[in-house]
Design a binder for this molecule. Structure first.
Ligand code: ZN
Length: 237
């Protein structure tokens, strides 16, 4: 019995380390093959009005927004089926992950144009996502911050997610994400807090969250229609 308790305590500690104070990226990742859709960013993730992303990265963004003081300034950049456009035009390089809705640009929730203490949380996030320069932790594909031209403390942080090759303005066939459990997003959940461990969920960061790890954005913001493209089909069909 004691051994069981000890194992539980150790497992809980591992989870706390992974969730709260980790400095080296998510503990686990998974591939999401559910169909991509460009959707408005939910209100729980502070963002510039009108910003959108592929819904498959929204659980990760929610998780990040609960732990780091982020404000998203741009997500998907490109045309929408209704003829309108989302995102910043001419802001991103050719082939940017912003054109697939799988990248976000981030500044501090309390904006400051200088690299001051308002940026501490963003620097922490950047280090977590990219512990060593040019070696982003999975599932991140590219992290733009200090050491990258046009990025960094006082400017902005770019995060993009690993994904299947996809043409611009198409949905990638799959996206790599880190799994997010519902209780990690519950309003009362405090990272590292002592809420007792959920049954069965403590020892693995790999619990499946349904096909997608997808959570519908709580409420689409008015007026912007959702759309869905078939993505790039290998058979050309
Ligand atoms: Zn960017």
């Amino acid at each position: 019995m004691r051994d069981v308790l000890l194992a539980l305590v150790l497992a809980a500690m591992v989870v706390c380390l992974a969730a709260g104070t980790a400095s080296a990226g998510p503990a686990a990742t998974r591939i999401v093959r559910a169909t991509g859709t460009i959707v408005p960013i939910p209100a729980a993730i502070p963002h510039e009005t009108g910003d959108m992303v592929d819904r498959r990265i929204i659980p990760d963004l929610r998780w990040i927004a609960r732990r780091f003081p982020i404000f998203v300034t741009d997500g998907y950049s490109g045309p929408l089926p209704n003829g309108e456009r989302a995102g910043c035009r001419g802001c991103h390089v050719k082939g940017s992950d912003h054109y697939n809705g799988l990248a976000v640009d981030i500044v501090p929730l309390r904006w400051s144009g200088r690299c001051d203490r308002n940026w501490r949380g963003i620097t922490r996030l950047a280090r977590w996502a990219e512990p060593r320069q040019n070696r982003p932790a999975p599932p991140f594909r590219w992290v733009g911050y200090n050491g990258d031209a046009g990025h960094g403390c006082g400017n902005h942080l770019h995060l993009s997610w690993e994904h299947a090759p996809a043409r611009s303005f198409r949905m990638a066939e799959w996206v790599e994400v880190f799994p997010v459990r519902r209780q990690d997003l519950a309003p009362h959940s405090v990272p590292g807090g002592n809420q007792g461990s959920p049954p069965g969920g403590a020892e693995t960061g790999r619990k499946e969250v349904g096909e997608a790890g997808e959570e519908e954005p709580s409420r689409p913001q008015g007026g912007i229609s959702r759309f869905q493209t078939g993505g790039v089909s290998p058979s050309g069909s």
